[in-house]
Design a protein around this ligand. Structure first.
Ligand code: PLP
Length: 369
C-alpha cells in the first residue's frame, strides 16, 4: 500500500485482517468462544470475535472503537460513564430511544437534562459549556438536520466538555467526529455498516485511553457484548460500505431533486439540495450527503400512510441503512404525537429509475385522492 495514507474506502476493505501469513484465512473467522486458555473471558477481556471489527472501525474513525450488542447498548454505555447528577445537554429532536434514555434517567434523578435545538450553534454552545456531556446527532433523525459539528466540537474541546456524536446516518466514511474534536463517535452498525438488515450491533469510537477503558468496563458490567456472528457480518458489511454508500447517495440525490419538483410534495429534507438549511454545513465537513432523506406530503397523515401501502419496490418498514430502500411515516419530532405527513426514506442500492418510477406512481395515487 506504500507509505501514503490510504483512502477510507481502502481502509474499509483492508483493515482488521491481521498479518498476511501463509495458510491463514483472508477474513478473520467467526470465533465462537466465551473463554480462552490462560484465563481470558470474552465479556471481560474482549474476544477475537469482534476485535477485527473494532480495529477496522477504529482505523476509520481515527481512534479506538469498542463494539456493543446494539447501537442503544453503545449509547447507554456512554451515559453510564457519567457520575450521578451529571448535567447532560441533549438534542430536542433526534433518535427517539436516545432521547428517552436521557429523559428517563433525568426523571429518575440520575442526571440533569437540558434539551436544545442543536442546529442553533450559539444556543448549543451556551448550554453545552456548562454540561458534563453534550449529546449530538447529525445528520439527525428524522429531519436530516445538520448540526455544526466542526465549530461545536472544537469549542467544547477547549472548554473540556465531553461531546458524543451519534454519527449513524453519516457512517464512518462521511464524517469524522473525533477529528473534529468530539470525544465519542457513536454508530448503530445495525444500519449502514452492517448494510443488509440482518444484524444488530453498535460501535463507539473514542480518542482518550481513559474513555476506552471505561467503555470496555461498562460493556463488561452491562454484559452488552456483540454476538460472534453479528460481528463477523458487520465487518463483512463494512467491506462493501464504500460502494453501497456511493450508489445509495447518488440515488438519494436524484430522488431528492425529483421529489422537490413534485406537486404533491411540500418540502424535501436532504442536505444535498442547495436549498436545504444544512447544505453549506454538510458540504464543509462531510465528504458526502448520505442516503437518508425525508419529505412532507401535501396531504393528510392518512395519505402518507396510504402511500406507504402503495409502494412495491420500496419496502414499508422501520430501520434504515440496508441495500433495500425503505419508507416509513415518522413523527416530525420524535416524541411529538401531532399527526403529520413526514415520510422518511432510507435509500438503498436498487436502480434509481425503478425507485423513482415506484415513488412517482405512489405519489400520483396520493395527489388524485
Ligand atoms: C437505529 C439507531 C440507533 C439505535 O441503534 P440500534 O442498533 O437499533 O440499537 C441510534 N441512533 C440512530 C441515529 C439510529 O438510527
Amino acid at each position: 500500500m506504500g507509505t501514503s495514507k490510504p483512502h477510507p474506502a481502502t481502509v474499509a476493505v483492508h483493515a482488521g485482517r491481521g498479518r498476511r501469513v501463509d495458510a491463514a484465512p483472508l477474513n478473520p473467522p467467526i470465533v465462537a468462544a466465551s473463554n480462552f486458555y490462560g484465563g481470558d473471558y470474552a465479556r471481560e477481556e474482549g474476544s477475537p470475535a469482534w476485535e477485527p471489527l473494532e480495529e477496522a472501525v477504529g482505523e476509520l474513525e481515527g481512534g479506538t472503537a469498542v463494539a456493543f450488542a446494539s447501537g442503544m447498548a453503545a449509547s447507554t454505555a456512554i451515559v453510564e460513564t457519567l457520575p450521578a447528577g451529571a448535567t447532560v445537554v441533549g438534542p430536542a429532536a433526534g433518535y427517539a430511544w436516545t432521547r428517552s434514555l436521557l429523559h428517563e434517567r433525568a426523571a429518575k434523578g440520575r442526571l440533569v437534562l437540558h434539551e436544545v435545538d442543536t442546529t442553533d450553534t450559539a444556543a448549543t454552545l451556551a448550554a453545552g459549556r456548562h454540561a458534563d456531556l453534550l449529546w449530538l446527532e447529525s445528520p439527525s433523525n428524522p429531519l436530516i438536520e445538520i448540526t455544526e459539528l466542526d465549530r461545536i466540537c472544537e469549542q467544547l474541546r477547549e472548554d473540556r466538555v465531553k461531546v458524543a456524536v451519534d454519527s449513524t446516518f453519516a457512517t464512518p466514511l462521511l464524517q469524522s467526529p473525533l477529528a473534529m474534536g468530539a470525544d465519542f463517535s457513536v454508530h448503530s452498525a445495525t444500519k449502514f455498516i452492517g448494510g443488509h438488515s440482518d444484524l444488530m450491533l453498535g460501535l463507539v469510537g473514542a480518542r482518550a485511553e481513559a474513555d476506552v477503558r471505561e467503555l470496555r468496563h461498562v460493556r463488561a458490567q452491562l454484559g452488552a457484548t456483540p454476538g460472534s456472528l453479528e460481528a463477523f457480518l458487520a465487518l463483512r458489511g463494512l467491506r462493501t460500505l464504500p460502494v453501497r454508500l456511493d450508489v445509495a447517495q447518488h440515488n438519494a440525490m436524484e430522488l431528492a431533486h425529483r421529489l422537490s419538483e413534485h406537486p404533491a410534495v411540500s418540502v424535501v429534507h436532504y442536505p444535498g439540495l442547495a436549498s436545504d438549511p444544512g447544505h453549506e454545513r454538510a458540504a464543509r465537513f462531510m465528504s458526502g450527503f448520505g442516503a437518508m432523506l425525508s419529505f412532507e406530503l401535501d396531504g393528510t397523515p392518512e395519505d402518507a400512510d396510504a402511500l406507504c401501502r402503495r409502494v412495491e419496490v420500496f419496502t414499508h418498514a422501520k430501520s434504515l441503512g440496508g441495500v433495500e430502500s425503505l419508507i416509513d411515516r415518522r413523527a416530525r419530532y420524535a416524541g411529538s404525537s401531532a399527526p403529520d405527513t413526514l415520510l422518511r426514506i432510507s435509500v438503498g442500492c436498487e436502480h434509481v429509475s425503478d425507485l423513482w418510477a415506484d415513488l412517482s406512481t405512489a405519489l400520483t395515487g396520493s395527489s388524485s385522492r
